[in-house]
Design a protein around this ligand. Sequence first.
Ligand code: NDP
Ligand code: 8X3
Length: 254
Amino acid sequence: MPATLFITGATSGFGEACARRFAEAGWSLVITGRRAERLQALAEELSAKTAVLPLVVDVRDRAAMEAAVAGLPERFARLRGLINNAGLALGTDPAPSCDLDDWDTMVDTNIKGLMYSTRLLLSRLIAYGRGAGIVNLGSVAGHWPYPGSHVYGATKAFVRQFSLNLRNDLVGTGVRVTDLEPGMCESEFSLVRFDGDQARYDATYAGAEPIQPADIAETVYWILNQPAHININSLELMPVSQTWAGFAVDRTRG
Ligand code: NDP
Ligand code: 8X3
């Protein structure tokens, strides 16, 4: 039975690009997301190359995630990889004026959704053993503070520490864990964050030569195909055009 890769959030961006990259290499795929039509279309396209199971599920819905994992057909049960990719940022307003519902959504998706898929699939990854791996989508926002990042960055700090902690609990199982921490990448991520504002999306990437989802997919493929005795603990990448800002100073203090 071929090895299977489980990808959360495969209807766009990194998840979709990873599905394409791993399908090219012949891995069986379980792809998930909420947008059924997109997921179905991707599954149909990739099924010319490999076995693909589309699962329409919201990672925030614990019961639905439990049912989805419990119902995995035997054909897709030999799990070698999990890409915890589903996630989002909502808004860039400063903390005092942003929407508390957006904070809930980011925590529920980026933290709790990732917890659910990890916990529910761990036993299958452990059963695969040596060579299996989890790639969690963290972010530069998980350790570099910037204005408007508040809860989004904090959820990614969770992803980083959770990933590192998991490694300790998985010692001896052969299962690897990586926190992948990209900087600016061009994807629907910014359309979601800016509530569909196309002009703001365009301005974000204009002239910056951002990382593309296919670049991330290539990186994930490299991580999960390292020799079985190597664990990439964390990997941060940025476009060459992006660096850090200096400290901000309040000059109204007299
Ligand atoms: P996209 O918006 O293109 O893709 C996000 C994916 O997550 C979609 O497939 C979406 O599917 C899925 N998703 C969102 N919410 C849920 C949910 N509740 N249940 C199931 N699936 C969900 O963004 P990216 O590909 O750029 O981002 C992927 C990950 O990478 C995210 O975790 C993001 O935080 C992280 N990241 C992104 C960076 C960037 O600059 N783009 C940089 C660093 C990290 P659907 O809507 O169909 O459910
Ligand atoms: C996404 C990258 O810089 O927009 O995680 O926070 S950033």
